[in-house]
Design a protein around this ligand. Structure first.
Ligand SMILES: [Zn+2]
Length: 186
């Protein structure tokens, strides 16, 4: 596939995708997607959109294995959301999910920093279903799922749901620390 080739001759910096300390970038000379950590290549993937997706998945796998496992399982169960789930995992991996602003909006449950514009924050609200103000959500592109079919899933709603689930899992891990070591905690 030549999807990544352009006719431009000016030296544009190669766009790289950063995921929790890993770097995903397209190497034009080798015609392959690279996953790098500390400047070292950890994975090489074929050119094209599928290779790019696989490279992003691999970077998440390397950086945050439990998030990768969650996204992989969600994508298997909900193939229609596959692309959005991996974009959401990228948002979670990069810490783009933020808590609600106290007192700002009654129904706000969290915020998600835009992937493309870090100055844009999407407020995630809950009124029967999760709501998001992004175009994907507002203009009915995002697929509807759920028992009643009322919940639309853009990548921001998915990122919020995934982040919350991970926090709940972390909070539910039993405390097995011996009593005498409590003194060493912060
Ligand atoms: Zn959204």
């Amino acid at each position: 596939m030549q999807a990544n080739e352009t006719t431009q001759t000016d030296k544009k910096p190669v766009k790289q995708i950063e995921i929790a300390g890993m770097v995903v970038r397209y190497d034009r000379s080798g015609a392959e997607w690279l996953v790098e950590q500390d400047g070292r290549i950890v994975e090489r993937l074929p050119p094209g959109a599928a290779g790019k997706e696989a490279a992003i998945e691999e970077a998440i796998h390397q950086a945050i294995p439990d998030l990768h496992q969650m996204a992989r399982y969600m994508a298997l169960k909900n193939p229609v959301l596959r692309t959005r789930i991996w974009k959401a995992a990228q948002l979670v991996a990069n810490g783009h999910v933020l808590p609600a602003r106290p007192g700002n909006l009654v129904n706000e449950v969290g915020q998600v920093i835009s992937e493309s514009d870090e100055g844009t924050l999407y407020s995630i609200q809950h009124r029967d279903v999760y709501l998001c103000g992004c175009e994907d959500y507002q203009f009915e592109q995002a697929p509807r799922l759920g028992s009643t079919g009322d919940q639309k899933y853009c990548k921001h709603v998915l990122a919020f749901v995934m982040d919350r689930q991970r926090r709940q899992m972390a909070a539910s891990i039993p405390m097995i620390q011996p009593v005498e070591e409590v003194a060493y905690a912060d």
